[in-house]
Design a protein around this ligand. Structure first.
Ligand code: MN
Length: 239
């Protein structure tokens, strides 16, 4: 059997084709695996479990169908859908997992992350991240009326887009030292993450040991997925 990993699907009303591909994926590819891990940014934006947007209904129904069939689906928060909560778990049957988390991947302890916390060269973003992840900010945001939340989310997204345009590729990528330090801390030689939209398998070294950093691509154009079994992992595009 195999475990399947995806990230950065970015479901949203601007890209109905992605929702279609994602639902197809859940119907066709996912049932062949023993479990599915979604490592963050399943949704382009998530403003609370009580405010599910109409365009997400098909994806939510397909997730429900998959978990009802007995296939475990694990979902990690990304930088866009970090407000997924118990309501989402209840409606889909998915289980939220922490970022970071270590799993046993066919005998290999493997660290799973979304990846944004490794991009420490982007200090402005890390400050913004700390603000949005504080319980006080989240409580205040979630208690606002839905139309207000929609407006705030849109403002943040526009700001983030214009900020990103002025940043170099290096700043927006993971910091190599932070990767090593994080892997060392968790005692792993295998890391799987998304977020940067730069699918690749990086052969690295952690304290003299051969290690791997596997980066999942996004679903805007890459349709990236990773299939792991007892023989190893295969990163591929669906198309
Ligand atoms: Mn992300």
């Amino acid at each position: 059997m195999s475990k399947l990993f995806i990230a950065d699907i970015h479901l949203g009303n601007e890209h109905p084709d992605i929702s279609q591909r994602f639902v197809e994926f859940l119907h066709q590819q996912a049932p062949g695996a023993e479990s599915l891990y979604i490592l963050g940014d399943l949704f382009e934006v998530w403003i609370g479990d009580d405010a599910v947007q109409l365009e997400h209904q098909d994806a939510i129904q397909a997730l429900r169908q998959l978990t009802d069939s007995g296939l475990p689906v694990y979902v990690m928060h990304g930088n866009r859908d970090f407000l997924l909560g118990q309501g989402f778990e209840a409606m889909t049957g998915c289980q939220l997992i922490k970022d970071p988390v270590v799993i046993d991947l066919f005998g290999e302890p493997t660290l799973l992350m979304h990846g944004d916390s490794l991009c420490i060269d982007d200090q402005e973003y890390q400050q913004f991240r700390n603000q949005l992840r504080s319980p006080a900010w989240q409580q205040q945001f979630l208690s606002a009326p839905i139309d207000q939340r929609v407006a705030i989310a849109r403002k943040y997204r526009d700001e983030s887009r214009s900020r990103s345009q002025n940043k170099s590729d290096e700043i927006m990528d993971v910091n190599a030292a932070a990767v090593i330090e994080t892997m060392r801390k968790h005692g792993v030689t295998q890391l799987i993450h998304g977020h940067t939209h730069r699918p690749a398998v990086h052969e690295i070294e952690v304290d003299g040991k051969a290690a791997q950093r596997i980066v999942l691509g996004d679903w805007y154009s890459q349709n990236s997925s990773l299939l792991c079994d007892a023989d190893g992992c295969q990163l591929s595009n669906l198309k």
